[in-house]
Design a protein around this ligand. Structure first.
Ligand code: ADP
Ligand code: MG
Length: 705
């Protein structure tokens, strides 16, 4: 038995389905080309079908030369009037064509003698390109062109022309040819339809086969606008399928974890009840609800995997302290990990104070600790005499050996991705099972994004601030009004309040950032001689920084000049004024975090966003959002819309899946439907497996369905 592939090449039919054959099964694809295509993550024929065009060109109409518009890519035809080589700085070939309605100049910088010889006057040619209005009329630089023979225009097409993602050494023409071959194969061997019919019918979506044909070769008259915006039903159908595959993979991880063992910590203990009763404040109802959810999880013999979301200042830490205490009450260990030393220190301080009445002293572990102190901590962690350990990621280095770790609390979750989460979990594993995990994020994540990115975690939301908090009044002022702002700082401090002055974020250079902070410090010191001005930045030794922070906390410093190190965790209730320099350089969520350092006490607090002019459109929108709302969820939603999920979750290592066709910012609205569809698959894991294989590059990692 043999099968005919593409245009006539014969390959043995030992493939069950030619779509899963290697690309070399296609006409004109040898090992060299296959290697280049691999850069686009293309391995088998089916992969080509899922590599969707980036955009489409309309070559269904031939435009008259007189109708050409600057910048609008067009297909035209005309007769060569003249072709000449000119030297104006650079050797180039100019070809003038005309069609009675107007004329057009084609300009080539790279050309062969043979090419030049083609352009004999009187020859009819067609070309496709972007016309630009030049000194001597319309011009196209290096258009795609062909000779017209027997009135046949080889560039014209009945359907829109797809433009594929480019990779070096594979011209568009070749990509189109390969996609066409794959489509031809698909028409004989339709790919498996993995979406349940009920869902497709409900959403009125086409079949996979129809969607793919349409997207690779949209007919004339297709809604190009919808296609460009990714809103076409054919696209949405694929997007949905991809989001569903990723969602199922995360849920699957979640399910696997629910089969792992973890220490069951029993029902709420008396010590926890006493702790809550003796706190200097009453828990908000949101804090109580979330604590109950956590204690419930901890009672189970499987690892908790829970994310707490709560706006800055909503009081996540005390909830973590309750969770840890439940483990400690059972004679086990709890660890709290923060991404920076400063934040870890802040937690250490809070826990120390809260646990003092209980006679529990937290143990500190960080990378910068002196060797002797570290040895001591490590010994206490290993022999179990340390019940609560607070630190940075040093906590999860090889040398740390917990005796009985029952729970890990990770603050600032958004800096860790799913892979890191898995690694952490493995690290904490012990004979009695895995530790429970509680992750806390200070960046509220829009619901749809959370669903897509954190489907392996259960989520609790602290959606209430402690009583008495007032909305922070926010204004944006140009840098030119700096003097007024300095006056404002003076007045606030004369009234006995304190202020933060945050210096520009300079991502490119820590050195420059530090210099900027020094400069502001010097300038403010001079402008406000009667006030006590302090400075903290990332370069200070821990002890020096602590000294400054402590002084600020005790009210011995009026104005704290700081780099963005104060972004997270710092908690000084008497500080009521926040100035942020060069606010236009910062992301929305970061600004919201910084602003959240004030408004913690009973005084009305203010935030001044100083910006340098001119202000770009994006920066302007960002600052406007902060002026309009104090709600972290709204801020995050706007941040998502303005910058996309990668930026929102902390740029580099978001741990977000790499999607092929989906874009969370655009397609997040599908998540509730994805979640619903996933229920259908939960009961039928055999249906999920092929979906994961189709869409996930490292399906194996998640794929133990
Ligand atoms: P975040 O959620 O930003 O991490 P924190 O846990 O740092 O917030 O809490 C912010 C401040 O609010 C801390 O000073 C904390 O002691 C205080 N706090 C927490 N819960 C309450 C409450 N229920 N009532 C009053 N103050 C609270
Ligand atoms: Mg916090």
């Amino acid at each position: 038995m043999h099968q005919v592939l593409g245009s006539g090449r014969i390959v043995p039919s030992n493939f069950e389905n030619p779509l899963s054959a290697s690309l070399t099964a296609l006409n004109g694809v040898g090992p060299a080309l296959a290697k280049k295509l691999a850069r686009l993550r293309l391995a088998c024929v089916e992969d080509l079908l899922f590599l969707l065009p980036l955009r489409y060109e309309d070559r269904t109409q031939i435009l008259r030369l007189g109708e050409l518009q600057h910048g609008a890519r067009s297909l035209v035809c005309g007769e060569v009037q003249l072709a000449e080589t000119v030297y104006r700085g650079r050797r180039s070939l100019l070809v003038r064509i005309a069609d009675g309605s107007g004329q057009l100049t084609l300009r080539f910088f790279y050309f062969s003698a043979a090419q030049q010889a083609q352009f004999k006057p009187g020859t009819e040619i067609c070309c496709y390109g972007e016309p630009r209005a030049g000194k001597s009329g319309m011009e196209m630089v290096h258009p795609e062109y062909r000779i017209v023979r027997d009135g046949h225009n080889p560039l014209a097409s009945d359907s829109l022309t797809p433009v594929y993602p480019a990779t070096e050494g594979v011209p568009q023409g070749r990509m189109r040819n390969l996609a066409a071959q794959a489509l031809a194969l698909m028409s004989q061997h339709p790919p498996a339809e993995l979406l349940p019919a009920a869902i497709r019918e409900e959403l009125k979506w086409p079949s996979l086969q129809d969607a793919l044909s349409y997207l690779h070769q949209p007919p004339t008259g297709a809604d190009l606008e919808a296609l460009a915006a990714g809103r076409h039903p054919c696209q949405q159908r694929l997007v949905f399928e991809e989001l569903l595959a990723h969602y199922l993979s995360l849920r699957n991880l979640r399910r696997l974890a629910s089969r792992e063992k973890a220490p069951s910590l029993g029902k709420s203990t008396e010590i926890v009840a006493r702790f809550i009763a003796e706190l200097p404040f009453t828990l908000t109802s949101a804090q109580s609800r979330v604590s109950a959810e956590i204690l419930d999880d901890l009672n189970r013999p499987h690892p908790m995997m829970r994310l707490i979301q709560g706006d800055v200042g909503s009081g996540k830490t005390v909830v973590a302290a309750i969770a840890c205490l439940q483990a400690i009450a059972r004679g086990m260990q709890a660890a709290v990990m923060a991404p920076t030393e400063l934040l870890a220190e802040q937690h250490l301080a809070s826990f120390t104070e809260w646990y003092r009445p209980l006679g529990i002293e937290p143990c500190w572990l960080s990378g910068s600790q002196r060797a002797a102190a570290k040895r001591e901590s490590l010994a206490a962690i290993a022999d179990g005499s340390a019940a609560l350990i607070v630190g940075t990621h040093a906590l999860f280095q090889e040398t740390v050996d917990f005796k009985q770790l029952a729970i890990i609390v990770i603050d600032e979750q958004h800096r860790f991705g799913v892979h890191q989460r898995m690694a952490l979990r493995d690290k904490g594993a012990a004979a009695f099972g895995q530790p429970h995990q509680l992750v806390m994020t200070a960046t509220p994540i829009p619901r749809t994004l959370a669903m897509a990115a954190y489907a392996d975690l259960d989520t609790s939301i602290i959606d209430e601030l402690p009583p008495g908090r007032q909305a922070i009044g926010t204004v944006a002022l140009p840098e030119t009004r700096r003097d007024e702002v300095v006056e404002r700082v003076r007045k606030a401090c004369q009234r006995g309040q304190q202020a933060y002055w945050v210096c520009p974020l300079i991502e490119e250079s820590e050195q420059l950032e530090y210099q900027a902070a020094e400069a502001s410090f010097a300038q403010l010191g001079k402008a406000l001689p009667e006030l006590r001005v302090g400075l903290v930045h990332g370069r200070l030794k821990t002890a020096d920084r602590d000294a400054v922070m402590d002084a600020f906390k005790r009210g011995e410093i009026d104005v704290l000049v700081a780099t963005t190190v104060v972004e997270v965790g710092v908690d000084v209730a008497n500080a009521s004024l926040m100035i942020i320099e060069n606010a236009e350089r910062m992301g929305l969520s970061q600004l919201h975090q910084l602003r959240g350092r004030v408004g913690r006490g009973r005084t009305q607090s203010h935030c001044v966003l100083l910006y340098r002019q001119p202000l770009g459109q994006l920066a302007r929108s960002r600052l406007a959002v902060l002026r309009e709302t104090n709600d972290g969820f709204v801020v995050a939603q706007r941040d998502l819309e303005l910058r996309g999920p990668g930026e929102l979750l902390g740029t580099r290592q978001t741990g977000l899946p790499q999607y092929r066709v989906a874009e969370l910012t655009r397609d997040g609205h599908l998540m509730p439907k994805v979640q619903k569809a996933a229920e259908h698959f939960a009961k039928r894991p055999e249906l999920a497996a092929p979906l994961l294989r189709r869409w996930l590059n490292d399906a194996d990692r998640y794929g133990k369905v």
